[in-house]
Design a protein around this ligand. Structure first.
Ligand SMILES: C[S@@+](CC[C@H](N)C(=O)[O-])C[C@H]1O[C@@H](n2cnc3c(N)ncnc32)[C@H](O)[C@@H]1O
Length: 210
């Protein structure tokens, strides 16, 4: 969901530097082949993730929710040759799709995709990580945040997608609405971090660890 007019969104898209051809092809095939293709990160958010990762000179990144691999490959572009990105995905069809593109990309060797529920994997990890991108099942958003924050280095970054949830966080009705609102409230009052909520796309929370 975007909060601004389609034509303005298109203008912003057209004035954001273009992704590499492989990502354009990945996005096209996502729309042809996968269910709920609009879950894909896409150009504006993908370029933003890459820029943020580069600005903090990230070397180790986590991603919760791989889907077709757009966000993972965007972030991996910012990593040095010996950098690494660990990404988690529960849907076998998405796993196979993303792996195909990781194998084709020059940055794919930096990416490890772990299949299965992300929380199970996250609980086995040791930090420090420089950055995390949370973009999976909304009911677990607070669990992801609380599990990941201790793994992040000081001044490291957590980026959370869909935190405005088409505006439903203003009047939460179902479980996902309430879960996202609970995460937003937790971050707002959490003195371990400093956060900025962007109204880009469906709301992007940029949370820096103090
Ligand atoms: C919004 S999409 C992710 C988009 C992706 N980050 C990108 O850059 O295009 C959310 C993904 O999270 C996955 N997912 C949902 N619940 C999950 C879980 N418990 N563990 C791991 N992945 C999960 C879904 O299958 C879906 O592919």
């Amino acid at each position: 969901m975007n909060f601004i007019k389609e034509a303005v969104e298109q203008y912003a898209h057209d004035h954001t530097h273009q992704e590499e051809d492989l990502l354009t092809r990945l996005e096209e095939e996502t729309y042809e082949r996968l269910e709920i293709p609009h879950m894909i990160t896409g150009r504006i958010e993908g370029r933003l993730l890459k820029m943020l990762a580069r600005l903090i000179q990230a070397r180790r990144i986590l991603e919760v929710g791989t889907f077709s691999g757009y966000g993972a490959l965007s972030l991996a572009e910012a990593l040095p040759e010996d950098g690494s990105l660990l990404t988690f995905e529960i849907d076998p069809e998405a796993v196979a799709f993303a792996r195909k593109y990781f194998a084709e990309s020059a940055h794919g060797k930096k990416i490890t995709l772990m299949e299965g529920p992300a929380l199970d994997h996250l609980k086995t990890l040791q930090g420090p990580y420089d950055m995390a991108f949370i973009d999976a099942d909304k009911v677990n958003y607070l669990n992801y945040y609380e599990t990941i924050l201790p793994l992040i280095r000081r001044q490291g970054l957590i980026v959370v997608d869909n935190v405005l949830w088409s505006g439903r966080v203003l009047d939460p009705q179902d479980e996902s609405d309430r879960a996202i609102h609970a995460l937003n409230e937790r971050v707002r009052t959490d003195d371990r971090v400093e956060a900025v909520m962007l109204t880009v796309r469906d709301g992007i929370y940029c949370i820096q660890k103090r």
